[in-house]
Unconditional design. Structure first.
Lengths: 205, 205
């Protein structure tokens, strides 16, 4: 099935399935079921079977899913059976926290550089990386054919930096800045905003 | 309509509508339409009308939505027409970034305290707050009747801290730790995980 035919809402759930499967694997489980996944994730088992059916199913009636096999398939579907180089823009508190985050590489992403435009930050060490001048970004993107960036700059700088990223050929932006970015249709933005999560939970309070 | 009758997936979208309406308001717009919201958010206008119909509609055929009115209604529905006190656990890079985040208070949340268990962090200033000893958490939660917490601690500490939060009566946890928390059914967890966003976008790469 071509990418465009799978509803976005289904794609949204695939990383959650993958994370849960890897969690179950760490618990030394080899087989799971749509019911177990549903219970763990707060979804219905019918939903999970339907979502996976877009890609061919992966389970046999009555025998459940082989966790290792389903992890492998989901990683292929999500294109994280490889490692994507990622540029991190912003070396403030948030940028530093992200640079220290240990979960990227085993999930398909490698931070290869961190950029900032503040002279006092440029050259300083953050984890295994050194903060580079924003002026160096075009060269790095070109040399490493980078397609993915994380935007961890203040709100008032985000639009300008995002425009620069798009101009350089970045087509996936994980946006931590609390603004809506205007990008061309071929560029995807995933907005990480704590307020959205808090408001979502407040509904149930 | 009672809370339980609205699908979670609809509730998930309400904060996105609210954010977009506030964005349009900042652009000095007074009226919008389901079509404009749909175009801006990458959804269908039918979806937006259907979502809002769970709560009574709010628009008249042909005249669109009055932005101020819809903002007010959505804030009431989401229970953010008041301000919730929030405890932030973890004063590392991420905790500090969150403490400096300016977007909480106008969206219904106020960070009232930040906690850590590292002696060298306790007492230090982070924005307008001072880091408090985790041992002080129960008193603060009781005194301020806190129901919402943000968990910004390392993965290996998250389960223990989450259990403590639940024990103290916290019923909404914004979880930044890269692990799945086991909590009772009456406690909601909203997991913020950069990997989920990156994998989602990688599908389209």
């Amino acid at each position: 099935m071509s990418q465009d035919q799978v509803p976005e809402i289904v794609v949204d759930r695939l990383p959650l399935y993958l994370r849960m499967l890897e969690f179950l694997k760490k618990e030394d489980k080899a087989i799971t079921s749509s019911q177990e996944l549903a219970d763990r994730l707060g979804l219905s088992s019918a939903q999970i079977r339907k979502d996976l059916s877009y890609f061919g199913g992966f389970g046999k009636q009555g025998t459940g899913y082989a966790i290792d096999y389903l992890i492998k398939q989901l990683r292929q579907i999500l294109h994280v059976d490889r490692v994507w180089d990622v540029a991190l823009i912003g070396a403030g508190d948030l940028g530093r926290a992200l640079a220290h985050y240990q979960g990227f590489e085993q999930q398909g992403f490698r931070l290869v550089a961190i950029f900032d435009n503040a002279p006092k930050k440029i050259g300083t060490a953050v984890g295994d990386l050194h903060v580079q001048d924003m002026a160096e970004l075009p060269r790095l993107v070109r040399e490493k054919t980078i397609r993915v960036a994380i935007l961890a700059v203040p709100a008032d700088a985000a639009a300008t930096v995002a425009a620069k990223l798009v101009e350089l050929g970045i087509c996936a932006i994980l946006n931590y800045a609390p603004i809506t970015l205007n990008v061309p249709p071929n560029v995807r933005v995933y907005h990480i905003d704590p307020v959205i999560g808090l408001q979502n939970m407040a509904y149930y309070l």
